[in-house]
Design a protein. Structure first.
Length: 255
């Protein structure tokens, strides 16, 4: 009997909509922190420069804002990460099922321990990243406040630095949203592919990067073991595993 040719599935890229939503969630969190910093620190600082004990007052208020947001981040980060991971998982699974059914496969996805473990890993990683965005913002604000004090209570300089911090936080939120959207898409893809018995895939390089990794460009079109990846730049890698890597796999179904 003639052996049937394997089916190579089309790419299932991450959702740009989910990526933008994730980015907006993180920036919304930063907006809330900034509003409190301006209300509780910048405006009183600007209006009461002649106040006795202003340094002690600043220290007290800054500690209060940081402590309040340490508590808030412990609450907000898991909620945001859960929404992001859940939407990413549902989006990928819906698109994969649609592709498989169009190819004549009758399949359905069940809750499984392996998939759940992969989602918990992704959830934990994103909780940490979301918290780090808020914590880094507050650390930079605190440093800027004390630089302003050392500079002779330079309020205008402080306001300028806060705008710079906003820009840095926005860029980091974009990087995290892009990187994690690709990573979680890859994690879900690998978990569901493993359940379906898929063991091989084809590496496809993304042309979206302005500075592509030469090794990833060269790897495009190469077949690899799904659980192993390819040996690139001195390490074993899978698509989207390296920071800001947008490469994707095309799953190979053996018939």
């Amino acid at each position: 009997m003639k052996q049937k040719k394997p089916i190579v599935l089309p790419l299932i890229p991450p959702s740009v909509r989910i990526q933008k939503e994730y980015e907006r969630m993180m920036m919304g969190m930063i907006d809330e922190i900034r509003a409190e910093v301006i209300r509780d620190i910048v405006k009183p600082f600007k209006n009461d420069l002649a106040m006795d004990g202003i340094t002690d007052w600043l220290s007290h208020v800054m500690d209060a804002v940081i402590n309040r947001w340490s508590y808030n981040l412990d609450r907000i980060a898991p909620e945001m990460a859960k929404v992001f991971v859940g939407k990413s998982k549902s989006n990928y699974e819906r698109r994969l099922l649609s592709i498989l059914r169009r190819r004549g496969f009758t399949v359905g996805f069940n809750h499984s321990q392996y998939v759940e473990e992969q989602m918990q890993v992704a959830l934990g990683e994103n909780i940490g990243l979301i918290k780090s965005v808020g914590e880094q913002y507050l650390d930079r604000v605190r440093l800027s406040v004390w630089q302003s004090v050392k500079g002779g209570y330079d309020v205008e300089g402080l306001i300028k630095r806060l705008r710079e911090i906003d820009g840095m936080s926005e860029r980091r939120a974009k990087i995290i949203a892009n990187d994690q959207t690709h990573k979680i898409n890859q994690a879900i893809e690998e978990a569901r592919a493993t359940e379906l018995g898929v063991t091989r895939a084809i590496w496809v390089h993304s042309s979206a990067s302005k500075e592509p990794r030469p090794s990833h460009v060269k790897a495009s079109g190469t077949e690899y073991e799904l659980q192993k990846g390819l040996y690139l730049d001195g390490e074993w890698l899978k698509p989207a595993q390296a920071i800001n890597c947008r490469c994707r796999p095309r799953l190979i179904i053996e018939l």
